[in-house]
Design a protein around this ligand. Sequence first.
Ligand code: SAH
Length: 259
Amino acid sequence: MHNFKKKFGQNFITDTNLLKAIVSDGEINNEDEVLEIGAGAGSLTKQLSEQAKKVVAYEIDKDLQPTLESLELNNVKFIYKDALKEPIKEIEKEFSGTYKIVANLPYYITTPLIFKFLTETNKVTSLTIMVQKEVADRIVAKEGSKDYGVLSVMCQFYSLPKITRIVKRQMFYPIPNVDSAIVTMKKKEMPKDINIYQFEHFVKKCFSMRRKTLLNNLIGYNNMSKEDIVNKLGEEMSNKRAETLSLEDFLKMFKQFKV
Ligand code: SAH
């Protein structure tokens, strides 16, 4: 029996219907190359290997190696490393071109993993990920909602996120403290005229103090004074709060501020 490690976010799925549903939500077919992060005991890996052309599966916990190797999945390559620390170039050596991500993500690193694969590469065409329900709500939230924030704006900047199903906590072993959801994120075509790192920095700045106005959050951005900001944005916009603004509003403002 595997000794489950909480520090690695180990909550495994054994229900075959659920595993098949994840693969189906990812729209995986026999031409696809797939990256899985956190193979666990390989239950999702096995389902993926039946549908995909090739699967590359990262697993940080070397204790799972004997279990994973015993599955003898011949179109799967297991890599026993930390997927967050692994340079994207190394990961992508395993793929012939673009690839899809399908994963029941380790919850303690959900957000950095999402950011890594959204921002550091344009070879990912879609992500289909099991995340905590609360994170899923934040990813798909629209302006004006309490869940709306940097994660929503950035995920919607890069992709078209959708919750495909809610998954009760009892579907995992060990049972976690919260329910989960499957989110699919189809990557969008990126606007060419935008520096994505600067845009991310700008959005974070706008949200830095949630209850404050844009004006207050943006003072000092690009060395701008209060007056500079009001001049660019106008009185009305300057006094709005970031949580009320749409992705289009952020893009428009970002362009206005370009020096
Ligand atoms: N896919 C399996 C297991 C999901 S649990 C299933 O659905 O049943 C998440 C898995 O991610 C765990 O096995 C954990 O050991 C692994 N993991 C945690 N952090 C990781 C990291 N940084 N890189 C790669 N794998 C990681």
